[in-house]
Design a protein around this ligand. Structure first.
Ligand SMILES: [Zn+2]
Length: 288
């Protein structure tokens, strides 16, 4: 049969091992990898529908931006306290054994770095940095926290009494509580500050995309873990690997937009699957 279609199977772990054994892997991770660390996956099959914030909303609407920063001022502390899970640790072990070359992650939580992964491309940015949209100055989120704290003394304690601003961000009580929040501007030029995170409507910086393509090219196979590949920014790497004839394995709860490019798809959680792979995948032979 002459066709470009690749065999898509609903597989077992054994099929995943067969597809990946002996290869040096590039790994693409998404929100599903962090759910066992307590970070909600808003795209997961069991998640409530939620409209993601767009870049245009952030830059174009003062009230929206104030509400965003007020919530972020409270919520970023929770991300900061989050710990890597079994899946993150398994990827560290696989990197140490030479099975995993590096990770491209769509997550901004830095849990791969926290676990000890050495080579990580934070495709969509990182939560611990803030960038000025006017002059490009980057500061740490902690530095901004000090400035926001000075501008809004007692705010965190006050809004804490209202309820969970992350879980019910659009509740009237939360909107009311955040309406007097004072936003900080760039200390260098007075420009607008934004978390150094790629939002909907924004593009990933070209240099970062190129590094990610290079990492895919360097690997013999691509393993996608915990991403539904809804956005083009991740899907393009799957397409790229498939077009190069490399095995592509997708491990995710639920279907993904990348399934048609996959050699094997495994409908499973990433923590247990990556942990098992760390135990059974052999180190690739080198210099052969
Ligand atoms: Zn600036």
């Amino acid at each position: 049969m002459s066709t470009d279609a690749r065999p898509v199977t609903t597989a077992s772990l054994g099929d995943v091992v067969d597809a990946l054994a002996g290869h040096r892997l590039t790994v693409l991770t998404g929100a599903g990898v962090s759910t066992d660390s307590g970070i909600p996956d808003y795209r997961g099959p069991d998640s409530p529908p939620r409209t993601p914030m767009t870049f245009q909303q952030f830059v174009g609407d003062d009230a929206f931006r104030r509400h965003y920063w007020a919530r972020n001022h409270v919520g970023w502390r929770h991300v900061h306290r989050t710990l890597p899970n079994t899946g993150h640790k398994a990827l560290v072990a696989l990197e140490q054994r030479g099975v995993v070359l590096g990770i491209i992650t769509q997550n901004v939580d830095l849990l791969h770095e926290a676990a000890g992964s050495r080579r990580v491309i934070d495709l969509h940015g990182r939560y611990d940095r803030v960038i000025c949209l006017q002059c490009g100055t980057v500061i740490s989120r902690r530095e901004l926290a000090d400035r926001l704290e000075a501008l809004n003394p007692g705010f965190v304690e006050e809004v804490g009494a209202v309820g969970d601003v992350e879980i019910a961000p659009d509740a009237d009580a939360v909107i009311e509580a955040t309406s007097h929040f004072r936003v900080a501007d760039c200390a260098v030029c007075g420009g607008m500050l934004k978390p150094d995170i790629v939002y909907f409507g924004e593009t990933v910086p070209r240099e970062r995309v190129d590094r990610a393509y290079a990492l895919v090219d360097e690997g013999d196979a691509l393993l996608v873990a915990g991403s539904s590949l809804t956005v083009q920014s991740g899907l393009r790497f799957v397409r790229h690997a498939a077009q190069a004839g490399k095995p592509v394995v997708v491990v995710n709860r639920g279907a993904t937009r990348g399934d048609r490019y996959a050699t094997v798809t495994l409908n499973a959680g990433t923590s247990e699957t990556l942990d098992e792979l760390a135990q059974v995948l052999p180190s690739p032979h080198t210099g052969a």
